[in-house]
Design a protein around this ligand. Structure first.
Ligand SMILES: [Zn+2]
Length: 357
């Protein structure tokens, strides 16, 4: 059982990330681990985090999506966790896979701050009053389905602090130590009084240069996410069957799809914080416009070579059931059959009492 537990924790570990371009939601780690009502087991169990990873995967139709988890240092000495779990927490913290706040800090407040700055939805057990962005809440007491809370606002324009890279003066900071590799993002600084602070060390961050804004996007085919990419300012991305440079989706198309989707089908670019889409195809493309996830989409044909601004919940349809949209803004009707790529596949059923499938 110990072997199975560590395999399941490894699977969860691979899905933890404080990179907003990789994560699909933000969560209070200890709140999730203490969700005893989900299975009636131990007061705190790290494996429970996997239930939330899987639920988010189902919600987004994305078997590879990351989870941005926030905890406070006290968790690493909390004896409700096993010694192995405390060791795993320390490793996740040291490797910068989770955000570990100084003693006494409130993870719930930081979760909201991360969500407000990045636009990532909060994953929570209960609705959050007054939070401007999307919140996924668990439905029922023992079910691990997530639902979007009705208080969905629209994401505010990116905060100016996200227009810079930041470096922590503390020597070995796993979050703000070295500049992120190209194509990856950086966690948002904490802004307790307006100035950017390292959420882990509490030290004032040093400006490390311009960060081009980026928006995480995904290609969904039949509701399932096939690939993820970022649209970065000043660097347009072509999505098509086989673009020379860009996002290639040909291998996931059936024969008819391969005939209808052009080699270069749409061009996406980021301008003034807005994703613009341009139809560069032979057979045309449409925007499925929604102002909220639950709305039935309104189909708007794109005029060839004319850029159109995409709304937060809009998708571009290249061909029926082949769409491109924001990674963290899924339509309500994504495929929800089974958990794609479940992190709990190896979890021992004895470790926490899993609800019947
Ligand atoms: Zn730091």
């Amino acid at each position: 059982m110990r072997f199975e537990t560590s395999r399941a924790l490894d699977a969860i570990e691979r899905r933890l990330s404080v990179d907003p371009l990789v994560a699909g939601g933000v969560i209070d780690l200890v709140e999730a681990a203490r969700s005893v009502d989900l299975d009636g087991g131990r007061p705190a169990a790290l494996l429970r985090l996997g239930l939330f990873v899987d639920a988010l995967s189902r919600q987004l139709g994305d078997g590879g999506v990351g989870l941005y988890a926030v905890a406070e240092r006290g968790a690493m000495s909390d004896t409700d966790f096993t010694s192995n779990e405390r060791m795993v927490l320390r490793r996740w913290s040291d490797d910068g896979l989770i955000e570990m706040l100084p003693p006494g800090a409130r993870p719930g407040a930081r979760v909201r701050e991360v969500a407000a700055l990045t636009g990532l939805p909060v994953v929570s057990r209960a609705p959050l009053q007054g939070h401007p962005g999307p919140v996924y809440i668990t439905t029922g007491t023992t079910s691990m389905e997530l639902a979007l809370a009705p208080t969905t606002g629209s994401t505010p324009r990116p905060h100016p602090v996200l227009g810079r890279y930041w470096r922590c003066p503390s020597g070995d900071c796993p979050m703000f130590g070295r500049p992120p590799a190209p194509g990856t993002g950086q966690a948002p600084p904490a802004l307790p009084s307006g100035a950017p602070i390292c959420p882990r060390h509490g030290e004032r961050l040093i400006d490390a240069g311009v960060r081009p804004p980026a928006v995480p996007m995904v290609v969904r085919i039949d509701g399932t996410v096939r690939t993820r990419f970022a649209v970065t300012a000043a660097r347009p991305v072509i999505v098509g069957r086989a673009p020379e440079e860009g996002v290639t989706i040909g291998k996931w198309l059936d024969d008819e799809g391969a005939r209808r989707v052009s080699r270069n089908h749409v061009r996406l670019e980021l301008r003034d914080g807005m994703v613009l889409v341009t139809d560069v195809s032979t057979n045309g493309a449409a925007v499925l416009a929604r102002t909220a996830p639950m709305m039935a989409p309104r189909e708007i044909e794109l005029s060839r070579h004319e850029p159109k601004a995409m709304g937060e919940w809009d998708e571009v349809e290249l061909y029926p059931e082949v769409t491109v949209g924001r990674a963290d803004r899924p339509p309500a009707d994504v495929a929800k059959g089974g958990a794609p790529n479940s992190v709990m596949a190896d979890a021992p059923t004895m470790a926490i009492r899993l609800p019947p499938k």
